[in-house]
Design a protein around this ligand. Structure first.
Ligand code: ZN
Length: 333
C-alpha cells in the first residue's frame, strides 16, 4: 500500500507499494506502459470520489483514514510497545538481511540447497521516518520514494505488522523443508525501510530461487480478495525483467492457487478480472529484480470482512502456508 495521493506521473510516480487505489478500478488485467498514466489518473479520481477524500497531492504517506487521523499520528498511536517512538531504534539503518537467529543447521527436505527471499512489505517504523522514506531512489524506469508507510485496518492494525507476521510464518514453513530463507528486514532491527531498490538487491545478491514480497491492500470497503502482482517486461536503466517475466508468472500462479486453497479466499473482485493476477511495470521491487519475484496482496485491510481474516493469527498461518506451498510448487519440491 502506498499513501502519497498524487496520481502517477513519470517524475513522481507511485512508490513501490503495489496496493494503490488508482489501480484498483481498472478493468483490464495488464497495466500497459502506454496506458498507465491516464488509466491511473482516472482510477485515482474515481477512488477519491468514492472515498470522499479530496485530492491532496502535497501530502505524502497519508493513510486513508478519517480526516482527523494523520498518517504520522496514527502510526504513533497504534505502534506497539516495541515500535513506539521512544523505543524505536535510532541508529542509521544498516541491518543486513538475515536468516533465522542462531542459524541452526538447515533441515533436510525437498528445498535443501534452495534459497528463498521473503520481503515483508513496509516497516512499522516508516510512520516515524517519513523524511527518510520519501527520498527518491532509482528504479531504472524512473525514480520513486524509497519506501512507503503501508496501510492499516480501520482499527489500526498496521500492514507492516501483518506483512512481517506472515513472512516469519512463511520462513518457518520453508526452513522446515530445507530452504535457506532470507528476510529483507527483521522486526526491530532497523528503524525504517529498506528502500525498494535495496529490497530488490537483497534478492539478487542472495541469488534467490524465488522472491515474494508480502503486502495487504488498502482500498475501499467492498473490494475483497487476494491478488498476485507479476513483473511486466521492462528494460530501462538498471531495470531489465526479460529473464524473470516467465518464471515469475509461474511462481505467481502457483502461489495464487495454493493461497486460494489454504485460505479459502477468492481472487480479488476489483481487479485482475477474477484471475487474482495483475501485471505491473511501475514497481521498483519487481523492475530491479533479476530473480523470479512476485508481490502478493493478501486481502483488503479496509474491508471489514477481509480485515477480520487479516487480523486473525489462524488465518495468517493459512496465508503463510499457501505462500509457502506455492513456492514449493514452483521450485519443484
Ligand atoms: Zn503494501
Amino acid at each position: 500500500m502506498r499513501y502519497d495521493d498524487s496520481p502517477p506521473a513519470p517524475e513522481s510516480g507511485p512508490a513501490d507499494a503495489p496496493d494503490r487505489h488508482w489501480f484498483t478500478r481498472r478493468s483490464t488485467l495488464v497495466v500497459g506502459v502506454a496506458a498507465l498514466a491516464p488509466a491511473c489518473l482516472a482510477g485515482w479520481v474515481l477512488t477519491q470520489a468514492l472515498s470522499g477524500a479530496g485530492p491532496d497531492e502535497t501530502r505524502p504517506h497519508t493513510v486513508p483514514l478519517p480526516a482527523s487521523h494523520s498518517a504520522l499520528s496514527h502510526g504513533q498511536r497504534d505502534a506497539k510497545p516495541g515500535s513506539s517512538p521512544s523505543s524505536t531504534p535510532t541508529s542509521t539503518p544498516s541491518g543486513s538481511p538475515s536468516t533465522s537467529a542462531a542459524a541452526p543447521a538447515p533441515a533436510r527436505g525437498p528445498l535443501s540447497g534452495r534459497t528463498v527471499v521473503i520481503d515483508p512489505g513496509h516497516n512499522t517504523g516508516n510512520f516515524q521516518h517519513t523524511d527518510e522514506i520519501d527520498r527518491k531512489v532509482d528504479i531504472g524506469t524512473n525514480r520513486k520514494e524509497c519506501d512507503t508507510t503501508g496501510t492499516t485496518t480501520n482499527s489500526g492494525y498496521m500492514e507492516a505488522e501483518f506483512t512481517m507476521d506472515v513472512s516469519v510464518r512463511t520462513r518457518k514453513i520453508l526452513e522446515a523443508q530445507g530452504a535457506k530463507v532470507v528476510l529483507t528486514h527483521e522486526t526491530g532491527v532497523r528503524p525504517w525501510g529498506p528502500c525498494i531498490n535495496e529490497r530488490a538487491r537483497i534478492g539478487n545478491e542472495a541469488a534467490a530461487d524465488a522472491v515474494v514480497s508480502v503486502h495487504a491492500d488498502g482500498v475501499s470497503s467492498g473490494n475483497r480478495g487476494y491478488h498476485i502482482i507479476l513483473p511486466a517486461t521492462v528494460k530501462s536503466g538498471a531495470a531489465d525483467t526479460a529473464k524473470i517475466v516467465g518464471p515469475s508468472r509461474d511462481l505467481g500462479e502457483k502461489i495464487a492457487s495454493n493461497f486460494a486453497r489454504t485460505t479459502g479466499s477468492s481472487p480479488a473482485n476489483y481487479l485482475g478480472s477474477g484471475t487474482g493476477l495483475v501485471v505491473r511495470d511501475d514497481l521498483g521491487g519487481l523492475n530491479l529484480s533479476t530473480r523470479p519475484k512476485v508481490f502478493i496482496e493478501c486481502g483488503n485491510m479496509r474491508d471489514a470482512k477481509d480485515a477480520a481474516q487479516l487480523t486473525s493469527p489462524e488465518w495468517r498461518q493459512k496465508a503463510a502456508q499457501g505462500i509457502a506451498d506455492g513456492i514449493v510448487g514452483f521450485l519443484g519440491g
